[in-house]
Write a protein that binds this ligand. Structure first.
Ligand code: CP
Length: 319
């Protein structure tokens, strides 16, 4: 058996955290830490990916992920192209594989893709010959860079992730953020408790090594991290999975009283965008325990690290 090289990733693409080892995740977090120092300089730019062409191929809306990938690419000196479906030939019926193969024919080195279909990044990795594929969120499957930026935020705030208790509350079934977090947290040795309406808990979720709760206080009790998920009405296909938004907020919304069940130093996280007053009260979202904007800041450094490591950034020359 060959040993893993601790200084490089053993994957060509980032399709999900399910496939990544603890050592690879740690390498990405450590590399992101070094890029955090770069981001704080007066001139936030290094030449690591000079000459690389990177396209951000977004078939779904995004604020945080798309902008932070673009910023990360620019700070690494890559040449960046942004693709969104509106105004593209997708509206004339062009398929995903034709779109991607035409983009690759323009000598694109790396494709960052967000798509409503789970498996779209895997599909692209199979139909493109040379480009590195990075998953920026595929349906309800995974959102690996979100999982990584969340791990970095927890590590920055609370130290070693091993042994921490993390409660993830909400729409687990439709959440790619939950799946990437569960893979990442379990690999790093955290204890993960999930909670939501029974209609939003996948039946095989315990196989991922998590505790399942249906009362939010039980999941939050003694937690170091309380992670509220966004209700994803766009993925529920018109099926009512809970009686009403008001009922959901009453049973599962995170408020100050519910946070009193967590450890005194517990932090609150959310991937954004927040439905205020539904999954999270504003008092908590904007309170002193919230690290939600730190998650966004860390998103840039984590995406720089992923882009750098997967695109063979070579010798660092920080100028
Ligand atoms: N967290 C997240 O993926 O946000 P966006 O949809 O705005 O990218």
């Amino acid at each position: 058996m060959t040993e893993e090289n601790p200084y490089q990733l053993n994957h060509r693409h980032l399709l999900g955290l399910e496939d990544y080892s603890r050592q690879e995740i740690r390498l990405i977090l450590d590399t992101a830490d070094s890029f955090k120092e770069v981001i704080q300089r007066p001139i936030r730019k290094v030449p690591a990916l000079r000459g690389k062409n990177i396209v951000n191929l977004f078939f779904e809306s995004s604020t945080r992920t798309r902008l932070s990938f673009e910023l990360a690419e620019k700070q690494l000196s890559a040449d960046t192209l942004n693709f969104t479906t509106s105004g593209s030939s997708v509206s004339k019926g062009e398929t995903l594989s034709d779109t991607a193969r035409n983009i690759e024919a323009m000598q694109v080195d790396c494709v960052v893709v967000r798509h409503s279909a789970a498996g779209a990044p895997l599909f692209l990795s199979q139909c493109l010959s040379n480009a590195v594929i990075i998953n920026a969120g595929d349906g309800a499957h995974e959102h690996p860079t979100q999982g990584l930026l969340d791990l970095l935020t927890i590590r920055d705030t609370l130290g070693d992730i091993e042994g921490l208790r993390v409660a993830i509350i909400g729409d687990i079934a439709h959440s790619r953020v939950a799946r990437s977090n569960i893979w990442g947290l379990c690999k790093m040795g955290a204890e993960v408790a999930i909670c939501g309406p029974p209609t939003m808990i996948p039946i095989d979720i315990e196989d991922m090594g998590v505790e399942v709760h249906y009362h939010v206080e039980d999941a939050i009790r003694d937690a170091d991290v309380v992670y509220a998920l966004r209700i994803q009405l766009e993925r529920q296909q018109g099926v009512g999975l809970f009686p009403s938004i008001r009922e959901y907020a009453r049973l599962f919304g995170i408020n100050t009283e519910r946070m009193s069940h967590a450890k005194p130093g517990a932090i609150v996280m959310h991937p954004g965008p927040i439905n205020r007053g539904v999954e999270l009260d504003s008092d908590v979202a904007d309170g002193k325990r919230s690290v939600i904007l730190d998650q966004v800041t860390n998103g840039v450094a984590v995406r720089m690290a992923v882009l750098y490591l997967l695109n063979g950034g070579g010798e660092r020359d920080d100028g």
